[in-house]
Ligand binder design. Structure first.
Ligand SMILES: [Zn+2]
Ligand SMILES: [Zn+2]
Length: 347
């Protein structure tokens, strides 16, 4: 039996590797050998017991890149050898939302690496329709960013036509930075990014933000308006705490749109009086669908930034515990776990 290690997270202080049998792909499935896995903000919420919809222990790895090693019956055998990312939405396929193509909000949704075991393992099986082939010019470490870019791409698409619009992004972690890139690509006129950290604001400006401000400043709303030269048409809240919701509503113009992307820890206060009086729209966003994944691949393929600006640390799977601890450091952007001999193919 080939060794098959899999990471199990019980708490931030209890991250271990279990040894399991390598699964065999069933009908309609593929066996994937993992090469690189990103650690997500949602993983960190879960690890600290702060994710409202993920319980511990978890077997993480929804941001996984790998190679198809074997195909089950009914699957095109030519898929073998294909480099892929996983689309981790495990939807039922028959509920009302699935039937209209919104399977990201399937009524029975499980997420690979969240409610179901994920890809932080040597090998795993998954339905063949959940893997997306990668172009050769998108190396593994870039490809590890496809999943985190897909959620921002989805939210930007749902925000409607951004041409000529003024946008504020709250939070300059990977999600906020990809909102910035996607909003730029969608034609936004001005994009201003807020974060608590100088280093993250500087990074946002390197990636093309027109300005940035400290979201914790007493005069944060004024700072935003100065950078925007006016009020915002759309705010993307990638943090979703009471303070960011209040700031977001404060910087929005009348009739504006607040896109909630970050995972709130639980019920969160919102200035409903202002939502009503200013005809604001508040919209939730969960994950994405295939169209967004394909757009995310194209967005990354343009390689408009320095990979080392986003991928700030790499750890071998044997050091998974250290990788999660590193992810806790707000100075880190994206931490990758590499698996196997070719894990972490460099660009
Ligand atoms: Zn993620
Ligand atoms: Zn469904």
């Amino acid at each position: 039996m080939t060794e098959n290690r899999r990471v199990v997270v019980t708490s931030i202080d209890d991250i271990t590797i279990e040894h399991i049998e390598t699964p065999t792909p069933g009908p309609g499935e593929v066996l994937v050998r993992s090469t690189v896995v990103g650690i997500c903000g949602s993983d960190m919420h879960a690890v600290h017991g702060r994710h409202p919809f993920i319980s511990l222990p978890m077997r993480p790895g929804h941001e996984v890149v790998g190679v198809v090693e074997q195909t089950g019956s009914g699957v095109d055998p030519d898929l073998t050898g294909t480099r892929v990312v996983v689309e981790p939405n495990l939807a039922c396929g028959h509920c009302a939302q699935c039937l209209v193509g919104r399977y990201n909000i399937c009524s029975e949704l499980d997420v690979f690496g969240c409610q179901a075991p994920g890809g932080m393992t040597d090998r795993f099986t998954i339905a063949a329709d959940r893997v997306v082939a990668l172009p050769d010019d998108l190396e593994d470490d870039w490809a590890a960013l496809v999943e985190p870019a897909a959620t921002p791409v989805h939210a930007v698409r749902r925000a409607g036509d951004l041409t000529g619009r003024k946008v504020v992004v709250l939070g300059a972690g990977p999600i906020g930075l990809f909102v910035l890139l996607a909003a730029r690509a969608a034609g936004a006129q001005t994009v201003v990014v807020a974060d608590l950290l100088d280093s993250k604001r500087a990074l946002a400006e390197r990636l093309g933000a027109d300005g940035s401000f400290d979201s914790s400043a007493d005069d944060a709303v004024q700072k935003a308006e100065t950078a925007l030269v006016g009020k915002a048409d759309v705010v993307f809240d990638c943090v979703s705490r009471e303070a960011t919701v209040r700031l977001g509503i404060g910087v929005l113009d009348k009739g504006g749109l607040l896109m909630t992307i970050g995972v709130p820890a639980g019920p969160t206060m919102i200035d409903l009086d202002l939502v009503q009086d200013r005809e604001l729209t508040v919209m939730g966003n969960l994950m994405y669908v295939r169209e967004d994944v394909l757009r995310a691949i194209e967005l990354l393929r343009a390689k408009t930034f320095d990979l080392d600006d986003l991928v700030t640390a790499r750890f071998d799977i044997e050091q998974a515990a250290l990788a999660f601890h590193a992810s806790d450091d707000p100075q880190q952007v994206k931490v990758l776990v590499t698996i196997g001999a070719d894990g972490g193919t460099r660009s």
